[in-house]
Design a binder for this molecule. Structure first.
Ligand code: ADE
Length: 234
């Protein structure tokens, strides 16, 4: 979502580029973050899936995110693809509003139920998350299982899945982008900050709306800290 990343675009002074595709609302910004003496410069690009012109809202979910990321990767050829955004957390896993996670274990899909041989496993994904411990430490993030689906509101069956798979972050893009990055041979990092708690009496949507801007600032701070570390990384 644009609200999750526009703060970082502005703070880094990135410039809007020509559309990734003339027929899609996806947009992207890029620029150079200069390192100090003895540090490296970083070339940064940030893409958003854009606004849906038919419904006046951001195009969230796996399909627009993967499409935008694919176009960005072909155009920009990054060394590292980062999916930074918000998620629903779980109290039973110790999550609280504002906590920040990177993926530990496999990326899962919780809403791709395909009871056919082989397709069942394809549906759930189980895409290995390659944890870079120095990166995790630089981000000050905890590790947790991330599960992706195209719905914000979970079904009863999905709640059972979250419990069984010990899911820590429920969100709407990461597993799809992990799959894309694996296909393209690009290092991938998912960074997720908790805006709402799935196993809490307050509806996820109202906590999400209340906490979105505050948690987006937390995400921005972690990413700025991460970029400082990337400048001096061995
Ligand atoms: N993004 C932020 N909170 C979420 C939730 N509860 N479910 C899916 N995506 C989210």
């Amino acid at each position: 979502m644009r609200a999750e990343g526009q703060g970082l675009v502005d703070r880094l002074g990135l410039t809007e580029q020509a559309p990734l595709d003339p027929d899609l609302p996806a947009c992207w910004f890029s620029g150079r973050v200069e390192g100090g003496s003895g540090e490296r410069d970083l070339e940064i690009a940030i893409a958003f899936a854009g606004e849906d012109p038919y419904h006046a809202c951001d195009r969230i979910g796996t399909v627009p995110a993967t499409l935008a990321a694919y176009l960005l990767c072909r155009r920009f050829r990054p060394d590292l693809l980062v999916n930074a955004g918000t998620c629903g957390g779980f109290q039973r896993a110790g999550a609280s509003i504002g906590a920040v996670y990177v993926a530990g274990g496999d990326f899962l899909f919780h809403d791709r139920r395909i009871p056919l041989p082989n397709f069942e496993a394809f549906g759930v994904g189980r895409i290995p998350a390659i944890l870079d411990e120095p990166m995790r430490a630089a981000l000050g993030a905890e590790t947790g299982i991330i599960s992706t689906g195209d719905s914000f509101a979970p079904t009863a069956e999905e709640l059972v899945f979250f419990e069984r798979e010990r899911v820590t972050c429920k969100e709407m893009e990461a597993a799809s982008l992990a799959s894309l990055a694996r296909d393209l041979g690009i290092h991938f990092l998912a960074l997720k900050a908790v805006t709402d708690l799935v196993d809490h009496p307050e509806p996820e949507a109202s906590a999400f709306e209340r906490n979105l801007s505050r948690v987006s600032v937390i995400l921005e701070e972690r990413l700025v800290r991460f970029l400082e570390w990337m400048k001096v990384r061995e």
